[in-house]
Ligand binder design. Structure first.
Ligand code: EPU
Length: 338
């Protein structure tokens, strides 16, 4: 489907009112090359939208917005203890988590209820409650715009890191369109319950010997309690990444600010809690017009009604400057800012 001067308000979870010169919705991947090669689209900037849950639109987009809506799930015959599954990019992420639970595959239950699509998941290597997408990715199928052909990147070629992948790197950002993700599930994968609060939630639910579906239910409960629901108040999840510093730097900060949560990540580094830094800087619940810092989780910026993308960005800059001044730490934005 092709729409000119399309509103993107319903297509981004911040609910920002921006328009696109063209909006293309594609539900058959085979149509993609022909569509992108059409004269009216071929020389325009391209923006690929998944669930619109990790993007801040600060202006109208004078180009082509592409929304892949193909959402088939195909399962291959098992290879030893591994189950292989191919999922088209437009499939809703949480629906796929539910499908994996129904199919008896462990591995992504901790990633329950993350908003967005399967195609967007590898871009920022979604992660939550001690699990990252990278742990179950076998390969990512793409349309390579540079060579105008479909291609497959194996997991190593994706260069996954904390909220990072090759798809975010400047040199490749506009090159690949994720069309499908190939997953490899280890059917004997253990449940990961070490993240603070997960075991407590299961105990609260009265579960003694959890199955993957119980862990999923526990994670959903934690998320519903802690994170604002984008269906009720516009937001894009965590707006900043947790800063990663050397252990020496973390120790130095910890001696000055004993309450600071520090999570060692190996390789002499540690992750700090950005939410804690923002809350301690006095900004939890802070508001500039309709742009605000959530009062339930300080890492989430929210749209209380009619905030523009530019107003949300100005608020993000204020948060960044305040944390920099108070802690001499620079916060990096997590969502894509357009
Ligand atoms: N905290 C505060 N104030 C707050 C919220 C949290 O001080 O308002 C402190 C608490 O000490 C808490 C700690 O921060 O114990 C960690 O909080 P939480 O468990 O919510 O995790 P997070 O580090 O803030 C990350 C991810 C989330 C993910 C959770 C759970 C990033 C940028 N965010 O948040 O991901 O759901 O861990 O794994 O890594 C997202 O990416 O959109 C997202 C929501």
């Amino acid at each position: 489907m092709i729409e000119a001067h399309a509103s993107l308000k319903a297509l981004n979870t911040f609910g920002v009112d921006a328009t696109a010169r063209w909006l293309l919705r594609v539900d058959d991947l085979d149509e993609l090359p022909g569509l992108l090669a059409r004269a009216e689209f071929r020389d325009l900037p391209l923006l690929v939208l998944g669930g619109g849950s990790n993007i801040l639109l600060t202006r109208d987009f004078d180009g082509v917005v592409l929304k892949i809506e193909a959402q088939r799930i195909d399962r291959s015959p098992r290879v030893g203890d591994d189950a292989l599954v191919r999922v088209e990019a437009g499939c809703d992420w949480h629906q796929f988590v539910l499908w994996s639970l129904d199919s008896g595959f462990n591995g992504i239950e901790n990633l329950s209820l993350i908003p967005g699509t399967v195609g967007a998941a590898p871009i920022q290597n979604i992660g939550a409650y001690g699990v990252e997408l990278a742990s179950v990715v076998d390969a990512v199928e793409v349309f390579d715009r540079r060579h105008a052909r479909f291609d497959v990147l194996d997991r190593d070629a994706c260069s996954f890191g904390y909220r990072d992948s090759v798809f975010k790197h400047a040199a490749q950002r506009d090159r690949y369109i994720v069309t499908a993700v190939r997953f490899r599930f280890d059917i004997d994968a253990p449940l990961l319950l070490h993240y603070p609060g997960v075991r407590e939630e299961l105990a609260e639910m009265g579960v003694e010997t959890p199955r993957a579906a119980d862990v999923s239910a526990a994670i959903c409960a934690i998320r519903r309690r802690k994170l604002p629901d984008p269906a009720l108040i516009g937001n894009a999840g965590s707006f900043f990444k947790n800063p990663i510093v050397t252990i020496a730097e973390a120790d130095r900060l910890k001696s000055r600010f004993p309450g600071l949560p520090v999570y060692p990540t190996g390789h002499g580094q540690a992750k700090l809690s950005a939410a804690w830094l923002i809350e301690q800087a006095g900004l939890k619940g802070y508001r500039e017009g309709d742009a605000g810092v959530s009062d339930s989780h300080a890492l989430v910026l929210v749209n209380h009604g009619h905030a523009s993308g530019a107003q949300l960005l100005a608020l993000a800059m204020h948060v960044r400057a305040t944390v920099l001044q108070r802690f001499a730490l620079m916060l990096d934005a997590e969502p894509v800012i357009v």
